[in-house]
Design a protein around this ligand. Structure first.
Ligand code: ZN
Length: 193
């Protein structure tokens, strides 16, 4: 393992734009292991959500106890800022109705969701002037899932994001406040309508 790590490390240092993993190797017996029921780090916290009110439903309903930076909504979807953004401008897209998982949404809503993703990407590109985005979602406690109300992420990416605070203090400085970002998006929204 040490040899592998050193090999990858050297590779990353030599070519920061290269792929993170140079090799893949087969360990078939691990499949039986991962299929076993187990307690995962995030599982308890994830399941506890059944006992309290859903955060995204609260945002949809305009609950004043839940901070919300809504950008827009239409008949079936809401687009709002992530309170804990990976980068400035990190958007979330959710159906207004509570669906826990993507595949439980009706087909019509899934088709509509595709159009919402397109609109959100256009909005992010227009507002932040980037040409790079990450789009996707985390579903389930072992996949980094958090709130049990389906939500997709649209994250603008910029050429230089890492700095010493992130590496040493594991904290991400935000260059734009949520309030300011909401304002920027609302203005940009007029351009893409
Ligand atoms: Zn909900």
């Amino acid at each position: 393992m040490r040899v592998l790590i050193e090999k990858h490390y050297t590779h990353i240092v030599n070519d920061p734009d290269g792929p993170l993993f140079k090799d893949a190797f087969l360990v078939e017996h691990k499949y039986d292991y991962i299929k076993k029921e187990g307690k995962y780090k995030n599982a308890t916290r994830y399941e506890e959500q059944n006992e309290r009110k859903c955060t995204i439903c609260s945002i949809v309903q305009g609950d004043k106890n839940v901070p919300s930076y809504e950008i827009y909504r239409n008949e079936n979807f809401i687009v709002f800022l992530n309170l804990f953004p990976y980068t400035s401008g990190h958007l979330l897209i959710s159906p207004l109705q509570h669906f826990e998982e993507y595949e439980t949404m009706p087909d019509g809503l899934i088709a509509e969701f595709g159009k919402e993703v397109k609109r959100a990407i256009n909005l992010v590109k227009n507002a932040t002037r980037t040409n790079s985005v990450n789009v996707g979602w985390n579903q389930g406690p072992n996949a980094g899932g958090s709130i049990k109300h389906f939500h997709a992420h649209v994250v603008p990416r910029f050429p230089r994001e890492m700095n010493f605070i992130e590496i040493i203090a594991h904290s991400r400085p935000m260059i734009v406040s949520l309030e300011k970002m909401q304002e920027i998006y609302k203005k940009a929204l007029e351009d893409i309508k």
